[in-house]
Design a protein around this ligand. Structure first.
Ligand code: SF4
Length: 452
């Protein structure tokens, strides 16, 4: 029987009005119209202030939400409901289809309108070229050869003049580090185009890793950005969900069906999946566009070893591996003993040999740098350490010694693929010394690791 479109539309609206109050009362439903409750342990992920369809983000600590620490992280709840054992990768869902928000998920399920975003993304086939390099990235080549690598980080300045002032630092680091991370809009504050800084690194024969945040890009602009990297000889991308924008107000909790501007259009697992899919199949999995030639990039991601419960973090790690990530850099490590315990759990889950993991060590050069680290979402800096450093007679000296101790204590961890040196107001000399110190440590502690 052919039902007229106007009747169908009325039925769908009526169903949406009837469906939402019931599902809100039972599941805290936010009426996204593409229901994934069956895959999320009957916990509605749209209560995540960032609106993530896969999680958790790197900002959760002690199971609390980065955006609103008064409440539990929704994706930690989902992970516990899923009873993640950390070994199996949870399903990865595509970004939200905004057009379906506020409509009836029952209607969309019956009509198939929500199929692309309700069903998990198809698993990526294990790459035939697992051993060989499949990009022009020097970093990928070193990691695939089992070389112990040391990467450093440059924060994109807010002005072109700032970029010029950074040239000395770029020149110094480009020759010393295996690769240099270039942040984009870090802390949610707009800055000079990160690609300008990445191109600068290339001018000094350095290897750039450009950060891209799902907070700032929808599937089309993300594809555009990946094509732009390739066209500018930048062969590495770090896929991040992104911190909550400094001035944005969380919208979760209001009773009306949600239509909020604050949902992040993409998150890290989706971005990793898309970049790997482009490399493997030459086609976009998320955007209704195609890039010719498709970018072939070395794909990196991040993981937070300080988040709990560990099983949920390991499941997120397994998810990023299943999405095709080539390397992972951790959130800042401020306690080598705790990191060692976490890495042991990674090894026991059989994940440490499936992806190179670089431990990120904060290099603090100033009291202000210490404060910035203290406030960074997802960083666990204990009150003891913070107060000890903050009250020391010479904060810069005490912080340098502390960073160096962490490096030394981490160096003996087997299967660690390298160090990533984060910069919190550190001077060029200190960064250069730390790179050399990290290499020497790696050479001493596990020579096999250096040239394994
Ligand atoms: S911590 Fe992150 S993933 Fe968890 S609810 Fe908050 S914003 Fe969402």
């Amino acid at each position: 029987m052919n039902i007229p479109a106007i009747i169908k539309a009325r039925l769908a609206r009526w169903l949406a009005k009837a469906e939402w109050p019931v599902k809100w009362a039972i599941f805290g439903c936010r009426a996204c119209g593409q229901c994934v409750l069956r895959q999320t342990g009957l916990v509605c992920p749209m209560n995540c202030p960032k609106g993530l369809r896969n999680g958790p983000c790197g900002g959760t600590l002690a199971g609390r939400c980065e955006v609103d620490p008064q409440r539990e992280c929704v994706w930690v709840q989902i992970g516990l409901r899923r009873d993640a054992r950390g070994t199996t990768a949870p399903p990865t869902h595509a970004p939200l289809n905004e057009a379906l928000i506020g409509s009836s998920s029952i209607w969309n399920c019956c009509s198939g309108a929500d199929r692309p975003t309700r069903r998990p993304l198809p698993p990526l086939a294990a790459t035939a070229d697992a051993g060989a390099c499949c990009t022009a990235s020097r970093l990928e080549e070193r990691l695939r050869r089992g070389r112990f690598v040391v990467t450093a980080e440059l924060c994109t300045p807010s002005t072109e003049q700032g970029l010029d002032r950074m040239r000395d630092r770029i020149r110094a680091l480009a020759q010393m580090a295996d690769a240099i991370n270039v942040t984009s809009n870090h802390a949610g504050v707009p800055r000079v185009a990160a690609l300008s800084l990445a191109r600068c690194v290339g001018e000094y024969q350095g290897e750039a890793i450009l950060h891209l945040c799902g907070r700032d890009l929808d599937p089309r602009s993300y594809l555009d950005a990946l094509v732009g990297l390739s066209a500018n000889e930048v062969h590495n991308v770090l896929c991040l969900t992104g911190d909550w924008p400094a001035r944005a107000e969380p919208s979760a909790g209001n009773r009306t069906p949600p239509r909020t501007a604050h949902y992040f259009p993409l998150e890290a697992a989706q971005m990793i999946y898309e970049a790997s899919h482009l490399r493997q199949f030459g086609a976009s999995a998320l955007a209704d566009l195609n890039a010719r030639p498709a970018p072939r990039l070395c794909v990196g991601g991040a993981i937070n070893p300080s988040s709990v419960p560990t099983s949920v973090v390991l499941a997120r790690l397994a998810q990023k591996i299943a999405c095709g990530v080539d390397f992972l850099q951790t959130q800042a490590v401020c306690d080598a003993r705790l990191f060692g315990q976490w890495f042991q759990a990674v090894q026991q889950a059989g994940l440490a040999t499936r992806v190179p993991i670089l431990a990120s060590v904060p290099l603090i050069g100033t009291a202000r740098g210490l404060e910035v680290l203290r406030r960074l979402p997802g960083v666990l800096l204990s009150d003891d350490v913070y107060n000890r450093l903050r009250t020391s007679t010479d904060v810069a000296v005490a912080c340098r010694r502390w960073s160096t101790e962490i490096l030394a204590n981490l160096a003996s961890i087997r299967h660690l693929a390298g160090f990533h040196l984060l910069n919190f107001g550190a001077a060029n000399e200190f960064i250069a010394e730390s790179i050399q110190f990290a290499r020497n440590l790696a050479a001493q502690s596990s020579p096999v690791a250096v040239d394994r």
